[in-house]
Design a protein around this ligand. Structure first.
Ligand SMILES: Cc1cc2nc3c(=O)[nH]c(=O)nc-3n(C[C@H](O)[C@H](O)[C@H](O)COP(=O)(O)OP(=O)(O)OC[C@H]3O[C@@H](n4cnc5c(N)ncnc54)[C@H](O)[C@@H]3O)c2cc1C
Length: 456
């Protein structure tokens, strides 16, 4: 019998297993639903091309994470300078987009009302307490109504499939860089000084931000972790979706889709917390809390491009509401090893809901919908595209609706009634976290298990 069952071989599950093995515990089994490891941070290969699921930069200043990346990837750990843009109202703007870009890079008839509205809101905030009880009120109180209407509202709606009034303020707090009036005025002044220098010298330039990336795709990190775990006796079973999980007073029994049964004393689950609630319920005669949580899905269209380069950006956002995609990534700009020589490629991220119109679109129709807009926006011509593929991810983003805090609490309380069960990771903890965060969650969970003395 294995002692620790880890459900899901994404970064969180692999990090837990890795640290357990480093601490001398190898009686563990990783059960993964897909036929490869990495989860959302996997890399998919097609005809000599390697695609991540959208842009995956590892941005961290945490020494534990950096040391770990160095140890596992060695000379394959690249350090890159981020280059990203927005294409908004037909113009290329900086990323992350700030009020400065709206004010200085867009035509006056758009920027002037935005600035006045921003000014009005800034003054209002001095006298009236800021209202920040939803994503909408947060954005308005930080940027003014006009900028909210032209930029934040349509973009948020596209990414989350809901108006910002139905989302928690956390969505904005976690994703939007705030600039205050002083910032903007300083930018106006410094812009005059640095006008003839390049973007790298702009204050707050996102281009100065370095990130880490594995030479052969973000999935290389998970592949190497998985190799280490297995080389030390840890077991990994792919194509092993767990469909039920129960505790009989003595230990856990996890059953996979093909009927295989795994027993253990401790379970670390990294699958969506709502799925965990469902598979646990089978062991309690269907008893489970009614509360549920929403996840936003993504459809990824991968393009094989017969062209040496499309742009020098790592990724470009397309916030305009007239096109279905939210972002395109050019893998070659992360590492030339991700494409055949003389070619480039693109990963297109299309937000959707599970089984909605976009999710159900067949490949050809999806490609047509995308390429028409790419041509209109001057990004890519159809004659340069040779092949295309699609991948869909049901659980891409945990959606922080207005009621998510109470729903999550009820589900966590239920899961808390099971002994030695840890629900961690992006979907397991229902938090909008990144690779470095889930890696630390995995390490910490392993330490907790070791400290608890249950693992042997
Ligand atoms: C479009 C996009 C871009 C991103 N960009 C970045 C970025 O630039 N930088 C960054 O640091 N992070 C980024 N992230 C976040 C990063 O991908 C995640 O934080 C991280 O991969 C989450 O790892 P995890 O192990 O917690 O979860 P997951 O990767 O979701 O792993 C869970 C695993 O469980 C498996 N599973 C599910 N159900 C079952 C079941 N019933 N039985 C067995 N196995 C099951 C899944 O197949 C999966 O492998 C991005 C995410 C997305 C979606």
């Amino acid at each position: 019998m294995e002692n620790v069952i880890i459900i899901g071989a994404g970064v969180a599950g692999l990090s837990t297993a890795y640290r357990m093995i480093e601490r001398g515990y190898n009686r563990l089994v990783l059960l993964e639903a897909l036929d490869l490891v990495g989860g959302l941070s996997r890399s998919i290969k097609h005809d000599g091309y390697t695609f991540d699921l959208g842009a995956h930069q590892i941005h961290t200043e945490n020494k534990t994470v950096i040391d770990f990346l160095d140890k596992i990837l060695g000379k394959d750990l690249l350090r890159l300078n981020k280059k990203a843009s927005h294409v908004f109202l037909g113009r290329y703007l900086n990323y992350p987009l700030g009020i400065k870009d709206i004010l200085f890079c867009l035509p006056l008839y758009i920027s002037a009302p935005c600035f006045l509205s921003f000014l009005k809101q800034t003054i209002k905030n001095v006298f009236i307490q800021k209202k920040e009880d939803s994503c909408e009120s947060w954005m308005i109180s930080h940027f003014g109504k006009k900028m909210y209407e032209i930029y934040f509202k349509p973009y948020t709606r596209k990414v989350w499939g809901k108006p910002p009034s139905e989302l928690d303020a956390l969505v904005a707090k976690e994703r939007v860089a705030v600039e205050d009036l002083i910032d903007v005025l300083l930018a106006a002044f410094s812009r005059r000084i640095v006008r003839y220098k390049n973007h790298y010298h702009l204050p707050h330039s996102p281009y100065q931000k370095m990130f880490y990336y594995p030479k052969y795709g973000v999935g290389q990190l998970s592949d190497l972790m998985s190799d280490f775990i297995q080389s030390k006796g840890g077991k990994l079973y792919l194509n092993s979706s767990v469909v039920s999980l129960g505790h009989d007073g003595n230990g856990y029994k996890a059953t996979t889709k093909d009927g295989s049964v795994y027993q253990g004393d401790v379970v670390v689950s990294t699958i969506p917390i709502t799925r965990l609630k469902d598979i646990l319920a089978s062991s309690r005669g269907g008893e489970k809390p009614e509360e549920t949580l929403e996840f936003r899905s993504l459809t990824f269209l991968f393009l094989d491009v017969k062209k040496d380069s499309i742009s020098d950006n790592h990724w470009i956002y397309f916030p305009d509401k007239d096109c279905v995609f939210q972002r395109v990534t050019e893998p070659k700009n992360f590492s030339p090893y991700l494409v055949p020589r003389g070619h480039s490629s693109v990963c297109v991220e299309i937000p959707c809901d599970y089984k909605d119109e976009v999710w159900n679109m067949d490949l050809k129709e999806l490609y047509e919908t995308v390429i028409i807009k790419m041509e209109q926006k001057g990004y890519l011509k159809r004659e340069n595209v040779q092949q295309f593929w699609v991948t869909r991810e049901r659980y891409a983003y945990p959606t922080n609706t207005l009621s998510f805090v109470s729903q999550l609490k009820a589900i966590k309380n239920y899961i808390g009634t099971f002994p030695h069960l840890y629900s961690i990771g992006r979907q397991g903890n229902f938090s909008y976290v990144n690779i470095d965060d889930v890696m630390l969650m995995g390490f910490e969970t392993a330490e907790q298990i070791v400290r608890s003395g249950v693992a042997s």
